[in-house]
Structure formats: C-alpha cells, structure tokens
Design a protein around this ligand. Structure first.
Ligand code: UDP
Length: 246
C-alpha cells in the first residue's frame, strides 16, 4: 500500500547563517528599538526552520540602537562608537535568546568580546557542537573589532562554520538595479553573480563582507523578513528575494 502521509518538505540547506539587521526588531518607523510582538514574530520564524532540522546560526546587528558611523556624526570617536555598536548587538542578541527560549528553542549566545557573565566567548568548535546538538547559536558583538560590520561578521562566521548560505533578512524584498524607493521602474533580480553585482555596483553588502563571501563562495540570499514564512521559504529553496552566488 502506498504511504498516504503528506511528503515532508526537503530542506535545501542544512546549516545556515541568518543575518538579522537590528532594524528588523524595531516596531514601525519610530517604534521601540526592540518591539515585543515584532521580536516574537521573528523568533517564530526562526523556530520554524529549527523545527525542520536546519542548523541555525544567527548574526544580529545593532543598528536599531547604535551605529559607530552615526555616533561619529555626533562627535563620538569612531572606535568608541563602534564598540558601542557592538554592545548594541549584545542587547539585541539577549532579546533574541530570551524570546527563542520562551518558544522552547535551545540557544547559546557567543560573544566576540568576552563578557563571561552574560555570554559564552566565541569558540568555533564549541559553536559547531552546539549546532550539532540542535541549539540555535546567536553571535553577538560582531567580529569584536571596530571598523567592521555585522554583515562582515556573518560572512566570517559562515565561512568558518562552513554554512551553505547567508540568509540576509531585511526590509526590502531583494536586490534591485536601482533604488526602488526613488525609482518606481526599478527591477528586482531573482539571482545574480558576485561579479555582476560588482560590475553594476549593486549594494548587496558592504565591500569587506561582499568580498569575503565572493572569495569563499558563500552565497547570499537577500529577502524581506516581512514576507510570511520568509525564512522557511528561503531554506526550502522556494522563490524568494535575490540570490547572489558564484
Ligand atoms: N560593529 C563593529 N564591528 C563589527 C560589527 C559591528 O564595530 O565587527 C559596530 C559598528 O559600529 C556597527 C554597529 O556595530 O555600525 C552595529 O552593527 P551593524 O551596523 O552591522 O548593524 P545592522 O546594520 O546590521 O543593524
């Protein structure tokens, strides 16, 4: 007799780095930097792919709270501002941890700047072990160095951990040939190569992050987190966002 059970969806990816910009945690344009319901919605999406058996690393940004470059405009020394930005990612990471744990997902937070009371230090082999044990690993404090970004952190961690892809969750639904906010005729790419993105000067990630991905052949999927089940669709390889690859 044929098995009448519905086919379970096949994951396209087994290990992913999910890059969340800090802004995705904000509720509305001028809402709280970390909005409870928004945070929960994101964590439910993370749980969804975790339940599919995907090994999930999260690299969280801090732009909803502080960015070194913005601080510089207000007279804060760039290096100091960057450390403030890195600390902002720690706040966001703890919020993610708390919410995911409440949803029943085991997590570990690893920080690139040692702060033993609140997070483990970043140790690659330990992170691998957590993933194998089904824990979501949240990387905070960026690379631990000023003048870098959390996009670069995502590129670095994805390379170190041999993740198959970076899922770059944003508020736009992919990469366009020009700014879709300014130009209504802007066209979204379904996929493009790193070289094409470079040639056309498309802003996929900052240049350090971008070249790290290109050199190590780590594909990047840029997609809109607001799309229903967006992260799930991404790991199942459904058509969503823009895939940048070699
Ligand atoms: N940052 C840094 N080094 C890193 C990662 C981040 O100095 O390796 C600082 C930098 O000031 C940055 C801020 O932390 O502006 C927040 O990170 P990011 O701008 O990448 O956050 P996102 O835009 O993703 O929210």
């Amino acid at each position: 007799m044929r098995d009448s059970k519905p086919a379970t969806p096949r994951n396209r990816y087994k290990r992913v780095v999910l890059k969340l910009s800090g802004e995705v945690l904000r509720g509305g344009k001028a809402g709280d930097p970390i909005d409870g319901p928004t945070l929960e919605k994101i964590c439910i999406q993370v749980k969804e792919i975790h339940d599919l058996g995907v090994q999930v690393c999260v690299v969280i940004g801090g732009g909803n709270i502080f960015r070194g470059l913005n601080g510089e405009k207000r007279g804060v020394d760039r290096t100091t501002g960057d450390y403030m930005g890195m600390l902002a990612t720690v706040i966001n990471g703890l919020a993610l941890m708390d919410c995911l744990e409440k949803l029943g997902v085991n997590t570990r937070v690893q920080s690139a700047i040692p702060m033993n009371q609140i997070a483990e230090p970043f140790i690659l082999r330990r992170a691998m072990r957590h993933l194998e044990k089904g824990r979501v690993v949240i990387f905070v404090a960026g690379t631990g160095n000023p003048y870098f970004s959390t996009d670069t952190t995502a590129a670095l961690r994805a390379s170190e951990l041999h993740a198959e892809i970076i899922l770059k969750a944003t508020k736009v639904d992919g990469v366009y040939d020009k700014d879709p906010k300014k130009y209504p005729d802007a066209v979204r790419f379904e996929q493009l190569t790193f070289i094409d993105a470079l040639k056309q000067r498309l802003n996929v990630m900052d240049s350090t992050a971008f070249s790290l991905c290109m050199d190590n052949s780590v594909p990047i999927l840029v997609f809109d987190l607001g799309n229903e089940h967006a992260i799930r669709k991404a790991v199942l390889g459904e058509k969503i966002g823009t895939l940048v690859h070699n």
